[in-house]
Design a protein around this ligand. Structure first.
Ligand code: AQP
Length: 332
């Protein structure tokens, strides 16, 4: 079976709908066809300041949400990044074959450091895409399910894998991004030309999965659309309506042309109210399942411990091969 690998940050409080539709849903689907490894990337989280107690709680909460979303420990390997020390170790190797200019071209760093102020951005935030390269290459992943915003990092991963293989002999599988076009970028409900993001300036357009469903329903009902009245998919001229159609289609499985037919002659209010109801119906059992996993920390920790053990076996083998090819003397 081909391998899949992806990671997600332990966001404070909850994942958002963009994370779910753009990434997590694909994690669940790829369990069926791939030997899949998924991790909560706590080492990436510490590239920005974190409160220790909150980070610990958010990491467990992230794992509980992934299980609630449908990851099955019998069919995939779920673990916490820092439980597998090979990530930091191969990360260093990858730092040493990355050009400074090459790393400087990563647009996510430019965006994130601009938000924080150049003086406050850490070296860790700058090198985070390189740690991500190591995350992926350790598992010889073929497919990396991510949203559109991660495409450039997967390109970097491919470049570095090819560079290492070219210099030292075939060592790493060169991965491909697994980006599902329709949901690759979910937009903010208040600013439908901006990506839905946990670091949005205002929370009004951000749908957090674990918020009170009533709060989320209200966000859908007050989503920004346009001054026209026709419900039609048109990303350029009708970004707000198009985003609502995308989310509707993703949650119900109804194709967008069919939705356009269903809403012919109806107003935006109908689309927004329906979507609010659809979301609440979907998210309510998700809340229940998340609560169940959180309420049973022993099971959760044991899933994560088993996951780390399985992950380490694969990661250690890859790291040893990379060290050996580079000429590092093996420890006896
Ligand atoms: N709006 C989105 N639409 C589709 N996919 C998205 N992803 C994030 N936002 C959207 C995908 O979710 C996965 C997890 O991303 P992460 O752990 O890197 O989280 P993040 O990128 O820190 O989350 P945000 O909200 O995007 O935070 P900011 O804006 O602060 O970076 C990834 O596969 C990502 O593509």
């Amino acid at each position: 079976r081909p391998r899949a690998l992806s990671g997600i940050q332990p966001t404070a409080g909850s994942f958002h709908l963009g994370n779910y539709l753009g990434a997590i849903r694909q994690y669940v689907a790829l369990q069926e066809s791939h030997d899949a490894f998924y991790m909560v990337v706590d080492l990436h989280a510490i590239t920005v300041p974190q409160d220790p107690a909150e980070l610990r709680a958010n990491t467990r909460l992230a794992a509980a949400q992934l299980l609630a979303a449908g990851l099955d420990p019998e069919r995939c390997t779920l673990f916490i990044q820092s439980h597998v020390p090979e990530h930091a170790q191969l990360g260093w190797v990858m730092n040493c074959i990355t050009g400074f200019g090459e790393a400087s071209r990563m647009t996510q760093f430019k965006d994130k450091s601009a938000k924080q102020g150049a003086d406050r951005a850490t070296v860790g935030l700058f090198t985070y895409p390189i740690l991500q390269v190591a995350d992926i290459l350790l598992y010889q992943a073929d497919a990396v399910p991510v949203g559109e915003d991660q495409r450039q990092h997967i390109e970097l991963t491919r470049d570095l894998a090819e560079r290492f293989n070219g210099r030292y002999g075939p060592t790493f599988t060169v991965p491909a991004p697994h980006i599902v076009r329709e949901v690759a970028k979910i937009y903010d409900l208040q600013d439908p030309t901006a990506k839905m993001s946990k670091s949005a300036a205002s929370p009004k357009g951000l749908v957090n999965l674990l918020d009170d469903p009533k709060v989320s329903a209200k966000k859908f009902r007050s989503a920004v659309t346009d001054t026209d009245t026709v419900i039609r998919y048109d990303e350029k001229d009708k970004p707000g309506v198009s985003n609502l159609l995308t989310i509707h289609s993703a949650l119900t499985g109804t194709g967008i042309p069919e939705l356009e037919r269903q809403y012919e002659g109806k107003g935006y209010g109908a689309l927004k109210t329906d979507l609010a109801d659809i979301f609440v119906e979907w998210v309510t059992p998700f809340h229940e399942r998340t609560r169940e996993y959180l309420g049973d920390p022993e099971t959760l920790d044991s899933v994560l411990a088993k996951g780390a053990e399985k992950a380490r076996a694969v990661a250690a083998e890859t790291l040893a091969a990379a060290y050996d090819r580079m000429g590092l003397v093996p420890a006896k």
